[in-house]
Design a protein around this ligand. Structure first.
Ligand SMILES: [Zn+2]
Length: 174
């Protein structure tokens, strides 16, 4: 399993709800954690591994030795967002070398289903809320570059052009 890089169209494609809660889903989420740890990430959405389904995983600890931080969310929904927002630096496994500040709500209440299909709610704040909101955006085909300030958009444009050139080359080679 590999990370899908910008501008692969699967990052902008529609993501179907998870409807079957079986071993394959559990295996997929486990494989996503493994790729996430291998690439030093703290969160990963299914479209980032080329699977267009509404599934995301994260672990704010970013360490397989701290599995108590792991969360698997199927079909997440936002029930409430804090009005207060904060701007903090983010990266994304689908955008190597790209970092910039992104403005996001400080806290959220969410509802999701677990690997057994059971619905649960969570109140998130701080770093965990930010990770969730970044990954949740992926499920709607929204990428963090969409939320960059105009000056950060211009700053990262050369890196995005390189990624686009690499993607075209990969297509040409395949
Ligand atoms: Zn991302």
């Amino acid at each position: 399993m590999d990370i899908v890089l910008f501008p692969d169209p699967r990052l902008r494609a529609k993501n179907a709800p998870v409807e079957v809660f079986d071993q394959e889903l559990a295996d997929l989420s486990r494989a996503m954690f493994e790729v996430m740890y291998r690439t030093s990430g703290v969160g990963l959405a299914a479209p980032q591994v080329g699977v267009n389904r509404r599934l995301l995983v994260y672990n704010p600890e970013g360490e397989p030795t701290q599995p108590e931080g792991e969360a698997v969310l199927c079909n997440p929904k936002i029930l409430w967002k804090a009005k207060e927002q904060e701007s903090e630096e983010e990266g994304c496994l689908s955008f190597p070398e790209v970092n910039a500040k992104v403005l996001r709500p400080l806290a959220v209440s969410i509802e999701a289903q677990d690997l057994g299909g059971k619905t649960f709610t969570l109140n998130l704040d701080g770093w965990e809320s930010r990770i969730f909101l970044h990954e949740f955006d992926h499920l709607d085909g929204i990428l963090f570059i969409d939320r960059f300030s105009p000056s950060d958009k211009s700053r990262v444009r050369p890196i995005l052009r390189d990624l686009e050139a690499d993607f075209k080359q990969t297509l040409a080679d395949s």
